[in-house]
Design a protein around this ligand. Structure first.
Ligand SMILES: Nc1ncnc2c1ncn2[C@@H]1O[C@H](COP(=O)(O)OP(=O)(O)OP(=O)(O)O)[C@@H](O)[C@H]1O
Length: 261
């Protein structure tokens, strides 16, 4: 499924970011280089405040880089690319409270000018994928946190981005929902072939979801190591997490982050 032969879907090359503040220049990212292949799931981990969100903002064109580039399919990213969708941790701020679940999911499709039948099919299949059938006419504030995050993910899926970028997407939901949403990510990748980049603080989550884990360290940030996770596409919350290799990878990544912090 993962195509390492052709150009990478995403490329981060020599990316650096310094914030200019009233108190002077704050270098946050020194030099990051890594690729993400089409159909790959890559998690980005690192100590708190290392610059993970800053990296995602550069990667999604929400802010400029100081030097180096991020590119998608060979095109430099200098604003939010049409081929990307973003899911943030704070679903309460990303959903429109005055719109129903169905209308929230429908919203970004307006820009795509799709034939009506395809538009409706995308909305309903996204709602099915996240398990929200029956909740279409509810408003976000009538739903639990986990359900709201499902709406945010359904909205991203319906858009069918080539690349789905998520910043701590499951940090605010309970453990059971978290597992369900992780499995949803794996299904979305299998079903739509999406490339997925996730920032997470949860090392187990990174190992469970990733084909590769990018570990950030040093301040300003550099890539400490890129860890391959060779579990294939089909994973299971019980059996995959019980594998001895899972524990080894967890320990390796934990030690790298502890040293980097
Ligand atoms: N707009 C900004 N202006 C100045 N400094 C900023 C700005 N945004 C972030 N920073 C600083 O950059 C550093 C990295 O922040 P960032 O949020 O990218 O890290 P993070 O790894 O995502 O953090 P966490 O793990 O806590 O979520 C922090 O020291 C933060 O204070």
């Amino acid at each position: 499924m993962i195509d390492h032969e052709t150009a990478p879907r995403l490329r981060v090359a020599g990316l650096a970011k310094t914030y200019n503040t009233k108190r002077g220049a704050v270098p946050v990212i020194a030099d990051l280089t890594f690729d993400v292949a089409a159909g790959e799931i890559v998690c980005i981990v690192g100590p708190s405040g290392i610059g993970k969100t800053t990296l995602l903002k550069c990667l999604t064109g929400l802010q400029s880089t100081t030097s180096g580039i991020a590119s998608i399919d060979g095109k430099a990213i200098d604003g939010p690319p049409e081929e990307m969708a973003l899911v943030f941790q704070e679903y309460t701020r990303s959903l429109m409270p005055w719109l129903t679940v169905e209308k929230n999911v429908r919203l970004p499709l307006k820009h795509l000018h799709l034939p009506a039948a395809e538009r409706e099919e995308r909305i309903s299949s996204a709602l099915v994928a996240v398990g929200l059938i029956g909740a279409e006419t509810k408003y976000p504030w009538q739903l639990s946190g986990g359900m709201q995050q499902r709406v945010a993910i359904a909205r991203a899926i319906a858009y069918r981005p080539e690349v789905l970028v998520m910043d701590e997407p499951f940090a605010s939901v309970d453990a059971q929902t978290r597992f369900e949403l992780e499995d949803l990510c794996l299904r979305v990748r299998a079903q739509f072939g999406m490339t997925i980049v996730i920032v997470t603080h949860d090392i187990d989550e990174a190992v469970y979801l990733s084909d590769r884990v990018v570990v950030l360290g040093e301040r300003p940030a550099r890539v400490t190591e890129i860890i391959d996770v060779n579990f294939g596409g089909a994973r299971d919350q019980l059996t995959t997490r019980a594998r001895p290799e899972f524990a080894e990878l967890r320990t390796t990544i934990f030690e790298l982050i502890r040293k980097a912090g």
